[in-house]
Ligand binder design. Structure first.
Ligand SMILES: CC(=O)N[C@H]1[C@@H](OP(=O)(O)OP(=O)(O)OC[C@H]2O[C@@H](n3ccc(=O)[nH]c3=O)[C@H](O)[C@@H]2O)O[C@H](CO)[C@@H](O)[C@@H]1O
Length: 366
């Protein structure tokens, strides 16, 4: 491998696809600083801002999902797919990658298809215990599939599977607590609760948190509340009267490393990357799986921890009633926090990103 490596990374839609892609790119660049890395995403989606923020170039395709109802957009869907496969093919012919990585989400389909038809080796990284549609359809056309859960033969050819775990951005781990508290303007003498609704925010968590603000303040607990874009204007107003007590709402937290470092307890959706990050950072957490995802896969993600005594589970349906009783109880119970921290740390897979990049480099070499 004398010429600099050239790799295209495709996919996105939500943070759960984008940040694993960034982790893979960072590790590739750490080992091959001269590697040329190009991201391909979907126009209008989160990757078009988050990837440049992480220091990489991205090209957007005009591609979206199929709506479940009959809509005019659906009639255009085949046309869009055809156009984006053609555009992806052109991108590949111009960039001439040694390999292509797909992380799931709309943009990875046309790129992986175009790579397969040009005999360019490709790798899929599947974050969940239930395979996404795009990944499932393309499993047979790629050379290697890196997964985070056992039993994925249900969805993919067994001989292509490698169990690596999910790639978490290296900087997420090891945030300094004192720096974190200062960064968010928090009081080191108080307990801190972090609430994260996945990369887009979660309505159930937002409603429960808004209702619990007076209780949190009365208990002397500080709050970092990530709301997502839609709910933020309302949350900002709801949280404003509590700012003096250290209760703050955020649309999106860029420094998740510091948010985890500041937190004594985390309330979170159970997206695959959130779960992997909670394990790596060793956080006492309460998981509220989203009921709105394919095959209820967040509940499966959560149960992988709960089954080992490494997290507390509250269902979405029970969150309004029980979430903050449980959160306040856990915040007041340090021995229980320590027990959860120790158990969740045992489930961390700190070598996932290196293992995935090893597989990618193997593909390129062969
Ligand atoms: C509703 C939905 O479709 N959710 C899916 C989506 O979740 P979602 O996009 O919410 O992803 P995850 O929970 O897996 O990961 C969230 C990522 O965003 C980061 N982050 C989050 C909030 C924030 O303010 N700042 C920030 O940087 C986290 O650190 C993490 O890296 O993809 C996951 C991985 O395929 C799936 O398991 C989820 O079921």
């Amino acid at each position: 491998m004398s010429n600099p490596l050239r790799v295209i990374i495709s996919g996105g839609g939500t943070g759960g696809h984008i940040f694993p892609a960034v982790a893979i790119a960072n590790e590739l660049r750490r080992r091959h600083p001269d590697a040329a890395i190009l991201f391909v995403g979907a126009n209008g989606r989160m990757e078009m801002t988050r990837v440049p923020e992480a220091g990489y170039d991205i090209v957007g395709l005009d591609i979206s999902g199929l709506q479940r109802r009959l809509t005019p957009q659906n009639l255009l869907f085949p046309v869009k797919v055809f156009r984006s496969v053609r555009r992806a093919g052109k991108l590949i012919e111009d960039f001439l990658p040694d390999a292509v990585v797909g992380v799931g989400g709309y943009a990875s389909a046309p790129v992986l298809l175009a790579a397969a038809s040009r005999a360019i080796p490709s790798l899929i990284q599947e974050q969940n215990s239930y395979a996404g549609l795009v990944n499932k359809l393309l499993g047979r056309r790629v050379a290697c599939i890196c997964v985070a859960y056992e039993g994925m033969e249900k969805f993919f050819p067994a001989d292509k599977l490698v169990l690596t775990g999910n790639p978490v951005r290296a900087e997420i781990v090891g945030g300094n607590r004192a720096e974190a508290l200062a960064f968010f303007g928090l009081d080191p003498a108080k307990k801190t609760l972090l609430v994260v609704g996945g990369s887009l925010g979660a309505r159930t968590l937002n409603l429960a948190t808004a209702a619990a603000l007076p209780r949190l303040q009365a208990a002397g607990v500080q709050l970092l509340w990530q709301t997502g874009k839609l709910y933020y204007p309302e949350a900002k107003q709801q949280a404003a009267p509590y700012a003096a007590g250290g209760l703050y709402a955020y649309e999106f937290i860029r420094r998740m490393d510091l948010a985890y470092a500041a937190a004594d307890v985390v309330v979170s959706r159970a997206g695959a990357l959130s779960v992997s990050e909670l394990a790596l950072t060793g956080k006492a957490c309460i998981l509220v799986p989203s009921p709105n995802v394919a095959e209820d896969h967040q509940t499966k993600n959560a149960l992988a921890l709960v089954g080992k005594g490494a997290a507390v589970l509250i269902t979405d349906a029970h969150a309004a009633e029980r979430l903050y009783d449980e959160a306040l109880r856990l915040l007041a119970d340090e021995p229980r926090q320590q027990q959860l921290q120790a158990r969740v740390l045992e489930l961390a897979r700190p070598d996932a990103t290196t293992a995935i990049v090893d597989e990618l480099l193997k593909l390129i070499k062969n």
